[in-house]
Design a protein around this ligand. Structure first.
Ligand code: 0RA
Length: 687
């Protein structure tokens, strides 16, 4: 290690990273899996900034065997010349000084990723070691750091053959992070999104870990809570619907249970010459498009750009994804409002002028025109302001008018120039309006009816006695007999039981008015107390835990999926608020020397039998919840001190939509493929 002295300015620089190690959460959100993955996004975003500047065409990400990550780009390379004001090379300053906002190094950038843009120095501070190599000005340079502190100066490694770029290789610090298990799927999904948003940028991800699948199994989900969660990502989803017990994080045993997913590729390459048009095609892949081509516009003005790709399908959902500087603006913002306003206005103007809407008919609503719409809206701007609870709402007000005028003008042109497509789109929205009016009538009816009956609670509900929603739980239970067991098993002070008879309606194939006529759905809505759609009120929720409890068999998985589909499509706020959970009933009971042991899946059972021995035991396999006596059900599945609940989260609405469309939509082929592809993961099911 080279000794070298620092002047006063340098000491400041070094101290600069201390707060990052003291309070990592302030910079990367958490030190759990989410924060860990954030490190990679931060480094990649710096490379993407080079791509945005038009000087980088490929980014290669490698998860190495020692849980370090290497990111290689062919951008300009981080500058290395000595900065007069610091007397140190720019590279060292970039890597060791916190710089809030704005890009270092002058005018190189038009725009830059705002949310993750805490700077690569934060990654450096939180890495056990980091090595950066820069090829620039015909030479290759390198500097190493430990926990953010340079271990020696920038070295000149000699001439290069003219290639350029930056390689950042770092190992997250185990003193900071709970565990270093990068999740291949999580990283690949984000990288795919980045590739969609940056046309023709080639991004690769390679996993060099010995047992890539195994490592993945122990960190399926980049979240930090103690509560195990089930993200609706494609992989977790297999487990969610087909074998929830395989989702690790669900208590110790589940971690050891989750085996390697052999079908997970160890490397992927993403490169989309169609950019966000390919993104829309991808989302609509398994849906019936209403018009053959994806509608696409771009617009540019002084220092911001907008790109839009959209296509309607025959379904009933609205899938509009908005981005600002490649950041997914989950909470929307000014760009999204500009887009929505323009869409509604342009369609209404066109529908009126062509006689699709009669004079006396009311205007199509925003919801009407977005029925069946898949759109990706991507804006890039110099100084993005992110607001909102998760800092994913774009605040820049100037963007609204800009997006609105581009979409107004270009979409009106499109409709005029493509009358056949226009007709398809307009008829769809007019039908949606008619259905909306019918639904309103149906809703008014149910409301009046419940008023007459003088109670809004469903008759089958066995409510709890406590009234404070924060301590109350509602179990949605499959079938009357399981409902009966649950009623006996529960702690009636805070646990309410709602038995649901038979299959509930598949909302994926129905409009709201039909959905509302289903008895099971009505009872869920009224028990929740929140209302629905426009009238949804999270504050009126009667329970802060909604626990889906179904049998560990195919029917149970199906019912669980139906309930989740309904909640995702109609009451997603409950999921967002973290109120939705899945109960985990055991599959086996083993009695040994008068002691009862429970296993939630086959792997656990094997483990257990290895531990207590295979002789002199009695083994019971539960076919359904109804087979457990109330004490057993309480002890294993309902007792808050012992049970394991999986929390349902939707991190990526695009992926969740894809899953629900695949599983619950009209097309049989993709569903069959999905099920055949995933059948090998099914371990805890009675097929
Ligand atoms: C500062 C200034 C310039 C580029 C970069 C930093 C830069 C940072 C990273 C991080 C990963 N890859 C990167 N590539 C570049 C502008 C340099 C110029 O104008 O030549």
């Amino acid at each position: 290690m080279a000794e070298h002295s620092y002047d006063v300015g340098d000491i400041q620089v070094l101290e600069g990273l201390e707060p990052v190690r003291k309070r990592p959460g302030m910079y990367i959100g958490s030190t759990g899996p989410r924060g860990l993955h954030h490190l990679v996004y931060e480094v990649v975003d710096n490379s993407v900034d080079e791509a945005l500047a038009g000087v980088c065409t490929s980014i290669d990400v490698t998860i190495c065997a020692d849980s370090s990550v290497r990111v290689v780009d062919n951008g300009r390379g981080i500058p290395v010349k000595t900065m007069p004001q610091y007397g140190r090379p720019a590279l060292e300053i970039v890597m060791t000084k916190l710089h809030a906002g704005g890009k270092f190094g002058g005018e190189g950038y038009k725009v830059s990723g705002g949310l993750h843009g805490v700077g690569v120095s934060v990654v450096n501070a939180l890495s056990e070691w980091l090595v950066v190599e820069v090829s620039r000005d015909g030479h290759c340079f390198r500097q190493k750091y430990e926990r953010g502190v340079p271990v020696g100066d920038v070295e000149d490694l000699g001439e290069t053959d003219g290639c350029r770029g930056t390689t950042t290789h770092f190992r997250p610090d185990p003193e900071i992070f709970d565990d270093l298990n990068f999740n291949f799927t999580t990283l690949s999904q984000r990288l795919r999104e980045v590739a969609f948003l940056n046309r023709s940028l080639r991004i690769t991800l390679v996993d060099e870990r010995e047992d890539a699948g195994e490592a993945e199994g122990s960190a399926p989900d980049p979240d930090d809570d103690d509560v195990p969660r089930v993200d609706l990502d494609l992989t977790a989803e297999r487990e969610l619907y087909l074998s929830p017990q395989a989702v690790s994080g669900a208590g110790e045993a589940a971690v050891s249970e989750s085996g390697r997913r052999r079908s997970d590729p160890r490397s992927v390459v993403y490169c989309y010459d169609g950019g966000i048009v390919d993104f829309v095609k991808h989302i609509n892949k398994h849906k019936d498009a209403l018009h053959p081509r994806v509608i696409q516009f771009e617009g540019e003005e002084s220092d911001h750009t907008v790109e839009l790709a959209m296509q309607w399908n025959a379904g009933y959902n609205d899938n509009v994804f908005s981005f600002a500087n490649n950041i997914n603006t989950h909470e929307g913002g000014s760009h999204l409002s500009g887009f929505r306003a323009a869409l509604t206005r342009t369609i209404n103007d066109y529908a009126r002028s062509k006689g699709f809407l009669k004079e006396k008919e009311e205007n199509l609503s925003g919801e009407d025109v977005r029925e069946g719409l898949v759109a990706v809206l991507s804006v890039k701007l110099r100084d993005p302001q992110f607001e909102g609870q998760t800092k994913t709402k774009l605040g820049n007000s100037e963007i609204r008018g800009f997006v609105e005028s581009v979409v107004n003008q270009r979409f009106a042109e499109f409709l005029e120039e493509n009358p056949a497509d226009a007709k398809q789109i307009i008829s769809k929205t007019v039908q949606a309006a008619h259905a909306r009016m019918a639904a309103r009538k149906a809703r008014d009816l149910t409301r009046r009816k419940s008023v007459l009956e003088n109670t809004t609670l469903p008759g089958k509900l066995a409510d709890c006695s406590i009234r404070d929603p924060a301590s109350c739980e509602l179990y949605l239970v499959e079938g009357d007999s399981a409902g009966g067991s649950a009623k006996q098993a529960r702690d009636r002070s805070f646990q309410a039981i709602l038995p649901l008879r038979g299959k509930i309606l598949n909302v994926e194939k129905a409009r709201l008015n039909k959905i509302l006529s289903s008895e099971a759905i009505q009872s869920i809505i009224s028990a929740c107390g929140t209302g629905l759609g426009d009238e949804f009120e999270l504050g009126s929720a009667r329970y802060h835990k909604l626990i889906i409890m179904t049998d560990a068999d195919v029917d149970g998985a199906h019912i669980r999926t139906l309930i989740l589909t309904f909640l995702f499509r109609n009451m997603v706020e409950l999921i967002d608020a973290g109120y939705v959970y899945i109960a985990q009933p055991p599959l086996y009971r083993v009695t040994h020397k008068r002691q009862d042991y429970y296993a939630f899946n086959d792997a656990q059972l094997e483990q257990l039998l290895d531990r207590i021995g295979h002789t002199g035991i009695s083994l019971q396999r539960f076919k359904g919840l109804g087979e457990m006596n109330p004490e057993q059900l309480w002890e294993t599945t309902m007792n808050p001190d012992r049970r394991t609940l999986l929390q349902v989260t939707v991190d990526d609405a695009a992926i969740a939509d894809e899953i629900f469309t695949t599983l619950m939509g009209d097309k049989v082929e993709p569903r069959r493929d999905f099920i055949t592809d995933n059948a090998k993961f099914v371990r805890t099911l009675d097929v």
